[in-house]
Write a protein that binds this ligand. Structure first.
Ligand SMILES: [Fe+2]
Length: 307
């Protein structure tokens, strides 16, 4: 039994030496950046007040935010962890408790944030396929420009000891294994973890912990965009802006999502994705292979930098 059950990932936090350079990249990526009291907050089209935060400083990953169901849940964590619930001084307000995982990754658990007004997504007529042609006597014009990032979907952290980290994250936040990556019957290198939302379907993974030879640290963060056309238009925009492509466009096996990975100006990897799997708590857990993890259903193979 875990201390609490988190509802979703909330944000990722970075430091960078040049906030206007970061803002330019985030606009190309399809987020809406805003400078508040010297901190850059970027939001998407969904209700979260922000999804990506950058403080001025030496370029680094500075933590991941999770969304708890209530401030009462933060109090539960505070009691168990001998930590303090504080005011979250950021757009949308709310409360936060800051913890560190076994590798020293900062984990901010938040609750009580005010919802931001949602922005409209591009209206699309239906998709015609050979099996069904619901769009008739109507054109499709998808438009160009940056993707419409809607929400943050998951974060991947490299850890030094998968089992120790798995225990820490599951005991506190109630994560359920979707797919565990087993190199042999005795040794697993990581796992895709989803939130326990009971009967409410939730993303195949909100967190992926993977024991990496690179040592602990940030691997990537992944943002859901409006749809496939949006992802492809967003790809063109990032390419035209001279941004650094990492891997994509393709379709993953585990999680099934269409993916497109890019690097920010300091090399942090951010992913666009769409059409991912959703599971409930009752859907259980599976074991998968390294091949399942790194291979694709279609699209280019992973570059060595993603391994
Ligand atoms: Fe991902």
């Amino acid at each position: 039994m875990s201390l609490i059950k988190v509802e979703d990932i909330a944000f990722v936090r970075f430091r960078a030496p040049d906030l206007s350079e970061m803002a330019g990249f985030l606009e190309d990526f399809g987020l809406v950046p805003q400078l508040v009291d010297g901190v850059l907050y970027a939001r998407g089209a969904g209700a979260a007040p922000f999804l990506h935060v950058t403080e001025e400083g030496e370029a680094s990953f500075a933590g991941v935010g999770l969304r708890a169901a209530s401030v009462a849940d933060l109090e539960k964590l505070a009691k168990a962890e001998d930590a303090e619930v504080r005011r979250l001084d950021a757009p949308g307000g709310g409360q936060v408790i800051r913890l560190t995982d076994p590798d020293g990754h900062v984990v901010e658990v938040v609750a009580g944030q005010a919802a931001a007004p949602e922005r409209a997504l591009p209206a699309r007529p239906p998709w015609n396929s050979a099996a069904g042609r619901p769009r008739q006597r109507q054109t499709k014009r998808t438009g160009m420009g940056a993707a419409h990032v809607v929400r943050l979907g998951h974060c991947v952290l490299n850890v030094s000891n998968f089992r120790a980290s798995e225990r820490w994250w599951k005991d506190r936040f109630g994560f359920i294994t979707s797919d565990e990556i087993a190199l042999s019957p005795e040794f697993s290198v990581g796992a895709f973890l989803r939130c326990d939302r009971g009967d409410t379907p939730t993303d195949h993974h909100t967190l992926f912990l993977v024991q990496s030879p690179k040592g602990p640290g940030f691997n990537h963060a992944a943002f859901e965009v409006a749809d496939l056309d949006d992802l492809m238009a967003g790809h063109d925009r990032l390419k035209a802006a001279g941004r650094k492509a990492e891997w994509g466009v393709g379709r993953h096996i585990l999680g099934s999502q269409v993916f497109d990975y890019w690097r920010d100006p300091w090399g942090h990897i951010l992913e666009h994705w769409t059409d991912g799997d959703l599971f409930t708590a009752a859907d259980g857990s599976n074991t998968a292979t390294l091949q399942d993890l790194m291979a694709v259903q279609w699209g280019p193979l992973a570059p060595p930098t993603m391994a």
